[in-house]
Design a protein around this ligand. Structure first.
Ligand code: ZN
Length: 431
């Protein structure tokens, strides 16, 4: 019998905590690292030399984390089983000269990050989070998780056609949040955030800051069968992957492979960065782990050839008001279990053998699953799966969870799906 836990509603309760404590990718990897530390994993520095000892380890780089568990006696050519995900979500990010304003209002200049649904940021109470970089290169996380900013929508009286012709938002002119009244003072925002983070503002010479909704996630629906909250795309997968990896590492079971969690930044704008899936981070970590166990290039090639990756990200549940936008024979539902994402043009990496691998994991976990494919007349999204497959030559399967309102400041999923996914990932990483 398996010694591993079986995730249930408590996992979704914990996801609410994870979402709340992770307003930025930097916070998300810190939250994941905290959970890994509790499970006995230890951080290894990329600049240090690595040993080949058994146990759980992780590398942190900016908004990315790679964690892996080396079983006792693992040979250098031991293959990996990877759960892939991403830590970033579309949002509004602070510009290099943040302090701006007009007509007596104090405002913060923002850029648009990723393909966010602009209207969902209007008339929400917003906080600010991210990291401050100090003169000595150290980072400090900062999060102001209380109402601080708002992007006010124009009153209907001043935009009479808004309900008949739709809302038109100009990214430069209409998305600048207000954060108070009075004269604009250069350096104001950073002085304020330095105080919040309890650092000397003079020491803050760099920052990566973003806006988030301060409304906490909440169960929704007659039977509370839905969950509304921010950043489910894709912290839902990061959280499930972290839970699955720590469960497998803690089970004390023998493994013939090395389970890995790879959570990258910058998926929402194409993954091309030193912390993105299209960078060398994952390959470097896996390769160094082979070499640390005394392996050769040949061992690395053997390990990679036997490696498989489940790349988990959100997909579209069927929208009851727009069902014609979905593929009529493929209608994933919230609560129906993880989805298998297919696109023959390789927007998703799944093929028939990948499907079989995913089905096997779901069967072992006794979890239902649902196929997803786009309507031929609609453009298909993509994710880190095809990049992982192409960059590292690793068999990859795109899976995830069906949600509504993807890229909204507040998305909607089934309350069961996070733990059904976690159970499927645990079976994949553990058996
Ligand atoms: Zn995503």
């Amino acid at each position: 019998m398996s010694a591993r836990p079986r995730f249930d509603r408590g996992h979704t309760d914990d996801l609410i905590t994870f979402l709340t404590e992770s307003p930025s990718p930097y916070h998300a990897v810190a939250s994941a690292a905290g959970r890994l530390e509790k499970a006995g994993f230890r951080q290894v520095e990329e600049t240090a030399s690595w040993d080949g000892e058994a146990g759980g380890k992780y590398v942190l780089r900016g908004g990315a984390i790679i964690a892996w568990y080396v079983p006792e006696g693992a040979a250098p050519a031991t293959p990996y089983r990877i759960v892939g995900a991403h830590t970033d979500s579309p949002n509004l990010r602070v510009k290099p000269v943040p302090d701006t304003g007009a007509h007596g209002w104090r405002q913060i200049a923002v850029e648009i990050y990723g393909g966010t649904l602009l209207n969902t940021w209007l008339d929400r109470d917003l906080g600010l989070s991210g990291r401050l970089t100090l003169r000595d290169g150290a980072h400090r996380l900062v999060s102001v998780d209380r109402p601080l900013l708002r992007v006010p929508q124009l009153a209907v009286h001043l935009d009479r056609s808004v309900n008949s012709e739709g809302l038109k938002l100009d990214k430069q002119r209409h998305m600048t949040p207000v954060w108070g009244l009075g004269d604009v003072s250069e350096g104001d925002l950073i002085r304020f955030l330095a105080q919040e983070a309890e650092v000397d503002a003079e020491q803050v010479t760099g920052w990566d800051l973003m806006v988030h909704s301060v409304e906490p996630p909440a169960y929704l629906g007659r039977d509370r069968e839905l969950l509304a909250g921010p950043r489910m795309d894709n912290l839902l997968s990061v959280h499930a992957g972290t839970a699955a990896l720590t469960a497998v590492a803690g089970s004390g079971q023998g493994l013939s492979h090395i389970p890995v969690l790879a959570a990258f930044d910058h998926e929402e704008n194409g993954s091309q960065s030193d912390t993105g899936a299209d960078g060398p981070l994952l390959g470097n970590v896996l390769e160094r782990s082979v070499f640390a166990r005394g392996g050769s290039y040949e061992d690395k090639a053997r390990a990679f050839a036997g490696t498989v990756c489940l790349s988990s990200d959100t997909g579209h549940a069927v929208h009851p008001n727009y069902a014609e936008r979905h593929e009529p024979g493929h209608h994933p539902m919230p609560g129906g279990g993880p989805i298998l994402k297919v696109n023959v043009n390789q927007r998703y990496a799944t093929d028939g053998s990948g499907r079989a691998l995913f089905v096997a994991a779901c069967e072992r976990a006794d979890v239902p699953w649902q196929p997803f494919v786009s309507n031929n007349s609609m453009p298909c999204g993509t994710t880190i799966g095809p990049i992982t497959a192409a960059r590292h030559g690793i068999t990859t399967v795109d899976i995830g969870v069906a949600i509504l309102s993807m890229h909204s400041a507040r998305e909607l999923c089934g309350a069961k799906d996070p733990y059904l996914l976690a159970n499927a990932l645990t079976a994949f990483l553990g058996d």
